[in-house]
Design a protein around this ligand. Sequence first.
Ligand code: CU
Length: 68
Amino acid sequence: MKKTYTITGMTCDGCANTVKRLLSKVAGVKEANVSLAEKTAEVTHDDVPLSALKIALRGFPYEIVDRE
Ligand SMILES: [Cu+2]
């Protein structure tokens, strides 16, 4: 499935690249595309729970949340 989440805490392209890299490493994630301008991440994955994506960003100044 492909799902779009909100990412908080990103301030520059480096942040966006870091979030993309961290999310891409999660088991079950096929692709992650991050938009700094929209503060979103579009993640293609096999039913990876949001909690697993949150854990991937733990220790970094970013948070992934469901899009309102
Ligand atoms: Cu940054």
